[in-house]
Design a protein around this ligand. Structure first.
Ligand SMILES: *[C@@H]1O[C@H](CO)[C@@H](O)[C@H](O)[C@H]1NC(C)=O
Ligand SMILES: *[C@@H]1O[C@H](CO)[C@@H](O)[C@H](O)[C@H]1NC(C)=O
Ligand SMILES: *[C@@H]1O[C@H](CO)[C@@H](O)[C@H](O)[C@H]1NC(C)=O
Ligand SMILES: *[C@@H]1O[C@H](CO)[C@@H](O)[C@H](O)[C@H]1NC(C)=O
Ligand SMILES: *[C@@H]1O[C@H](CO)[C@@H](O)[C@H](O)[C@H]1NC(C)=O
Ligand SMILES: *[C@@H]1O[C@H](CO)[C@@H](O)[C@H](O)[C@H]1NC(C)=O
Ligand SMILES: *[C@@H]1O[C@H](CO)[C@@H](O)[C@H](O)[C@H]1NC(C)=O
Ligand SMILES: *[C@@H]1O[C@H](CO)[C@@H](O)[C@H](O)[C@H]1NC(C)=O
Ligand SMILES: *[C@@H]1O[C@H](CO)[C@@H](O)[C@H](O)[C@H]1NC(C)=O
Ligand SMILES: [Cu+2]
Length: 774
C-alpha cells in the first residue's frame, strides 16, 4: 500500500502561478581547449562551457546533480543567492553540506528571490577553476532601466594543469599562486558577439576566475554601470575610467550600439598584473600574455580589428571606485551597529606551513559540516563558537546590525565574499591605505551593497548588514588558492532560531554524507558537547584538491574517460505551467503501483529557446599555443621587480595593529592542540555519530523520534482529465524528512505528468492528508 499525498497533487495544481525550473545535471569530464590547449575539464551533461541558467525572479530552481566524475567529489554553490530559509542549499562543503562523492546524486532546490547577475560554481576543495562554473541570470520583468537586448561575458584566468596537480605542486608548497596560462572571455580566446545597430544592450560581466581581477574595454562604446552583484545602481557612466571586477564579482553595463554596421569592434580584457606579479614581487615571465580579446560583430564580412593598446595605468586613479556607486533603491546606511567584528587577515607560517590566517587562526575544515553541528548540538551549545572547531566562527544574534572590518595585512589584494547577504560597503582604502581606525567622515548615507568586495593590500574595508537571514554562511577570500590555505571565516547567524527558520537537509544531502562518508551530527569532531577529541587542526601543505578515490588523495583512480563529443542535449528546461488546470483530482481509478525508487527524472526534452544571440561557443580553430609551460610554473626565484609599492616579504608575520575600537573580535575558537589526542586522518573511516548506522529505522508518523531516516514514496496513478483527450498517468514522488525540530520537517518531490516534471515545494507535512487508499 503506497502512500500518496493528495497535498502533493493539490500543490502541483495550485502552483500553476509559480514557475519551477528543473535541471538534471550529470557532471563529467570533457576534453576542451578554450585557449587552444586541450585538457580534461569538468562539464555538465557532456558540455563545456557550463550552461548559463536563466530564471525569472520568483521562480524555484531545482537542480539534481549527479557526480559522474569518477575521481573527484563535488558540490555546487549558488553565488549571491540569499537562500533565505534554505541555507542548507548553499552548497559549501564543510559548511552546509558534505562533499558529494563520485556515483552519488543530490538535489538543490530553492526560491530565487533576487533579480540580477549571479553564478554557480563548485565550492569544494579548489575544484571550480577546473571548469565547474557558470552564469546564473535572474531576469526581472520590471528592471529600473530600459534595454533592447542582452548578453553575458564571463572573464577568467585559466590553467593548463588540473587543480589537484597544482595544489599538490611546488608553487603552492612555497605559499605562492601558480601563474595562469591564459585569460579567457566567455571561456574562449575567440569570442564573437553578434550585435544589431541602434540598440541598447545590457552586458552582464561575471568574473568566474580563480585568482586575479579583470578589467575590460569595449572599444568605441561608452559603458554605464547599472548593477553590481545583483544590486541595481543609479546609472553610473564610466567615462574615461576603467571598470573592473574581482573574482566572484559581477557588473552589468548598458552600451548603445553604433548606428551603422560599417565596422566591428574589439573587446579587450586583461588580468590584474599588479595582483599577479608586482604586489608579490614576482617577475612576469617573458612573453606572458595577461590579455584576451573578443569582438562585437556588426558585420561578419568585415575584419576583426586589433584591440586598443593602453600605456601606464594607475590603479588608484584610473578606475571607477565601486564604493562611490549608489544602490538604485537608495537604502540608507544601517545603524546603529550592535555587533562589530574585526578581522585581522594575513599570511603566516602555521605548523611550518604557509597559510593565511584570520585573527591568527587558519581555517581547518571540520568533520561535521558547521550547519549540521548547529542543528544537532542543541541550543545549549549552538551559540558557543567552540563547538564549531577551527572554522573561525562568529556567532550573530538574530536581526542585529553587524559591522565587519577586514584589515588586510598581506601584500596583495583579496576579494572577500559573504554568503547569504549583500552587505553595505562603508569604506575601502586604496592600496597601502592603512588599517581601520574608525570611519571617515564621508561615509555614504546610501552605501553600495554587494556580495564581494576587493580589499586592497595593507588596507581595509568596513561592511555592514542586518543579521536577518539565519543560517551558516562562509565569509572568505574568493581567490581559490587562498581558500585552500585557510583564508576563511564562518558566520553562524542566529543559530538559536534555526528550529523555526532553516529547513533541515533533505534526504539526498544525508545520502551524500553517508556515501562519502562523513558524520552528520555533533560538534566539529562529531562528538557531544565540547569534546573535540579526534579533530586534527594541524595545517598541512598543499592538498589533493577534490581528488577522491577509494584511497582518497591518490591518483590511481578509475575515472570515467572524458567524452570526446559533447552531447547537444539541452540541459535546461523551464517547466511549463499546465495550460489548462486540471480540476480537482478525480477519484483515482487505478491501484497505486508500488514503484522502486527511480533514477533521476529525465531532463525535459523541449528544444532550447531560439536565441538571437550566437550562443554556441565558437569552435576552437587556433592551433595549440606553443606554450613553454604546460608543466608546473617554475618556483619563483627571479630578481626583484623594481616596484614603487613597498611590499613586505611573504609570508606575512607582522602582528596586527591593535585596534583603538572598544569592541574586540569574537573570542577565537581554540581547538585542543592535537598533540597527544589520537585523531582521525583522512580518509575518515571512523564515524562515531554516524546517523545511518545509528538510526536505520523508518520514520514514525506519530511525531516522535530524532533525525529519523528520510522517507521516500512513489506512486503512479491515472487521472481521467476532462481537459485532455486521453487518460494520462501521473507519478508522484515524495521525500519526507523529520528533523529534531518539527518546524524543520520537509516534504518535497515531484509529479511526472505526460513526461513533464512538476516540482512540489517544501510544505508542512501536517497539511499532508493521510494515507490515500485506492
Ligand atoms: C553520466 O554521464 C556518463 C558519461 O556520459 C554516463 O556514463 C553516466 O551513465 C551518466 N550518469 C547518469 C546518472 O546520467
Ligand atoms: C540608426 O538610427 C539613425 C538615427 O535614427 C538612423 O539614421 C540610422 O539609419 C539607423 N541605422 C540603422 C541601421 O537602422
Ligand atoms: C596586453 O595589453 C597591454 C595594454 O594594451 C599591452 O601593453 C601589452 O603589450 C599586451 N600584452 C600582450 C602580450 O599582448
Ligand atoms: C595574533 O598573535 C599576535 C602575536 O602572538 C598577537 O600579538 C595578536 O594580539 C594576535 N591577534 C589577534 C587578533 O588575536
Ligand atoms: C572619503 O574621503 C577620503 C579622503 O578625502 C577619500 O580618499 C575617499 O575616496 C572618500 N570616500 C568616499 C566614499 O567618498
Ligand atoms: C580525473 O579523471 C579524469 C578523467 O579520466 C582525468 O582526465 C583527470 O586527469 C583525473 N584527474 C586527476 C587529478 O587525476
Ligand atoms: C557565453 O557563454 C555562454 C555559455 O556557453 C553562452 O550561453 C553565451 O551565449 C555566450 N555568450 C556569448 C556572447 O557568446
Ligand atoms: C623581492 O624578491 C627578492 C628576491 O626574492 C628579494 O631579494 C627582495 O627583498 C624582495 N623585495 C621585496 C620588497 O620584498
Ligand atoms: C594531524 O595531521 C597532520 C597532517 O596530516 C599529521 O602530521 C599529524 O600527525 C596529525 N596529528 C595527530 C595527533 O594525529
Ligand atoms: Cu585572497
Amino acid at each position: 500500500m503506497a502512500k500518496l499525498s493528495l497535498f502533493a497533487l493539490a500543490t502541483w495544481v495550485g502552483l500553476a502561478a509559480a514557475k519551477d525550473v528543473y535541471l538534471n545535471w550529470n557532471l563529467t569530464w570533457v576534453n576542451a581547449g578554450p585557449d587552444g590547449y586541450e585538457r580534461p575539464i569538468i562539464g555538465i551533461n557532456g558540455q563545456w562551457p557550463c550552461p548559463q541558467i536563466d530564471v525569472t525572479v520568483g521562480d524555484q530552481l531545482i537542480v539534481d546533480v549527479y557526480n559522474g566524475l569518477g575521481n573527484e567529489s563535488t558540490a555546487i554553490h549558488w553565488h549571491g543567492m540569499h537562500q533565505q530559509g534554505s541555507g542548507v542549499m548553499d552548497g559549501a562543503v564543510g559548511v552546509t553540506q558534505c562533499p558529494l562523492p563520485p556515483g552519488s546524486q543530490m538535489q538543490y532546490h530553492f526560491d530565487v528571490n533576487e533579480a540580477g547577475t549571479y553564478w554557480y560554481h563548485s565550492h569544494n576543495a579548489g575544484q571550480f577553476p577546473d571548469g565547474l562554473r557558470g552564469v546564473l541570470v535572474v531576469h526581472d520583468p520590471n528592471p529600473p532601466f530600459h534595454y533592447d537586448e542582452e548578453f553575458t561575458l564571463t572573464l577568467s584566468d585559466w590553467y593548463h594543469q588540473e587543480m589537484p596537480d597544482l595544489l599538490s605542486g611546488p608553487v603552492v608548497a612555497q605559499g605562492k599562486e601558480p601563474f595562469p596560462d591564459s585569460a579567457l572571455i566567455n571561456d574562449s580566446t575567440n569570442t564573437k558577439i553578434k550585435v544589431l545597430p541602434n540598440k541598447t544592450y545590457l552586458v552582464r560581466i561575471v568574473c568566474i576566475g580563480n585568482w586575479p581581477g579583470h578589467f575590460w574595454v569595449i572599444d568605441g562604446h561608452e559603458m554605464t554601470v547599472v548593477e553590481v552583484d545583483g544590486v541595481y545602481t543609479d546609472p553610473y557612466p564610466a567615462g574615461d575610467k576603467f571598470l573592473r571586477v574581482a573574482t566572484g564579482q559581477r557588473m552589468s553595463v548598458l552600451i548603445k550600439t553604433k548606428a551603422d554596421t560599417s565596422k566591428n569592434f574589439a573587446i579587450w580584457d586583461t588580468m590584474d598584473v599588479n595582483m599577479l606579479f608586482f604586489f608579490e614581487n614576482r617577475t612576469m615571465p617573458e612573453n606572458y600574455n595577461p590579455n584576451a580579446t573578443a569582438w562585437l560583430v556588426y558585420d561578419e564580412a568585415k575584419p576583426l580589428p586589433e584591440p586598443p593598446v593602453f600605456g601606464e595605468i594607475d590603479f588608484n586613479e584610473d578606475f571607477v571606485d565601486d564604493v562611490t556607486l549608489v544602490p538604485a533603491d537608495h537604502k540608507p546606511l544601517l545603524e546603529p551597529v550592535d555587533h562589530q567584528i574585526i578581522l585581522e587577515t594575513g599570511g603566516a607560517l602555521v605548523d611550518g606551513v604557509p597559510r593565511f590566517t584570520v585573527n591568527n587562526k587558519t581555517y581547518i575544515a571540520p568533520k561535521v559540516p558547521s550547519l549540521y553541528t548547529a542543528n544537532t548540538v542543541g541550543t545549549e551549545f549552538s551559540s558557543n563558537p567552540d563547538v564549531y572547531g577551527q572554522v573561525n566562527p562568529f556567532i550573530l544574534k538574530h536581526n542585529e546590525i553587524v559591522e565587519i572590518v577586514i584589515n588586510n595585512h598581506h601584500n596583495n589584494l583579496h576579494p572577500w565574499h559573504l554568503h547569504g547577504h549583500q552587505f553595505q560597503v562603508l569604506q575601502r582604502t586604496p592600496v597601502d591605505g592603512g588599517y581601520y581606525s574608525g570611519l571617515s567622515s564621508n561615509v555614504s548615507a546610501t552605501p553600495i551593497r554587494r556580495d564581494t568586495i576587493m580589499v586592497q593590500n595593507h588596507g581595509h574595508t568596513v561592511i555592514r548588514f542586518k543579521a536577518d537571514n539565519p543560517g551558516v554562511w562562509m565569509l572568505h577570500c574568493h581567490v581559490e588558492w587562498h581558500v585552500e590555505v585557510g583564508l576563511m571565516a564562518t558566520i553562524i547567524e542566529a543559530p538559536e532560531t534555526f528550529a523555526n527558520t532553516v529547513h533541515a537537509p533533505p534526504k539526498s544531502h544525508y545520502d551524500a554524507c553517508a556515501a562519502y562518508p562523513q558524520p552528520v551530527s555533533g560538534n566539529a569532531a562529531g562528538n557531544e558537547g565540547l569534546d573535540l577529541t579526534g579533530l586534527n587542526t594541524t595545517a598541512t601543505v598543499g592538498g589533493h584538491g577534490a581528488l577522491y578515490t577509494n584511497k582518497k588523495g591518490t591518483k590511481d583512480s578509475t575515472a570515467a574517460q572524458p567524452s570526446q563529443q559533447p552531447s547537444q542535449q539541452p540541459s535546461q528546461a523551464a517547466v511549463p505551467k499546465p495550460s489548462t488546470k486540471p480540476s480537482a483530482p478525480e477519484p483515482q481509478t487505478e491501484a497505486p503501483k508500488p514503484s522502486t525508487k527511480p533514477s533521476a527524472p529525465e531532463p525535459q526534452t523541449e528544444a532550447p529557446k531560439p536565441s538571437t544571440k550566437p550562443s554556441a561557443p565558437e569552435p576552437q580553430t587556433e592551433a595549440p599555443k606553443p606554450s613553454t609551460k604546460p608543466s608546473a610554473p617554475e618556483p619563483q626565484t627571479e630578481a626583484p621587480k623594481p616596484s614603487t609599492k613597498p611590499s613586505a616579504p611573504e609570508p606575512q608575520t607582522e602582528a596586527p595593529k591593535p585596534s583603538t575600537k572598544p569592541s574586540a573580535p569574537e573570542p577565537q575558537t581554540e581547538a585542543p592542540k592535537p598533540s597527544t589526542t589520537p585523531s582521525a586522518p583522512e580518509p575518515q573511516t571512523d564515524s562515531p555519530n554516524y546517523y545511518y548506522e545509528e538510526s536505520p529505522t523508518a520514520p514514525n508518523s506519530n511525531g516522535e523520534g530524532y533525525w529519523p531516516a528520510p522517507h521516500t514514496d512513489e506512486t503512479t496513478i491515472s487521472i481521467d482529465n476532462p481537459d485532455k483527450p486521453h487518460d494520462h498517468h501521473l507519478t508522484i514522488h515524495e521525500e519526507t524528512i523529520k528533523s529534531p525540530w518539527a518546524n524543520q520537517n520537509t516534504n518535497t518531490g515531484y509529479v511526472i505528468d505526460d513526461g513533464k516534471i512538476y516540482q512540489i515545494k517544501d510544505s508542512d507535512p501536517n497539511v499532508i492528508l493521510d494515507e490515500f487508499k485506492d
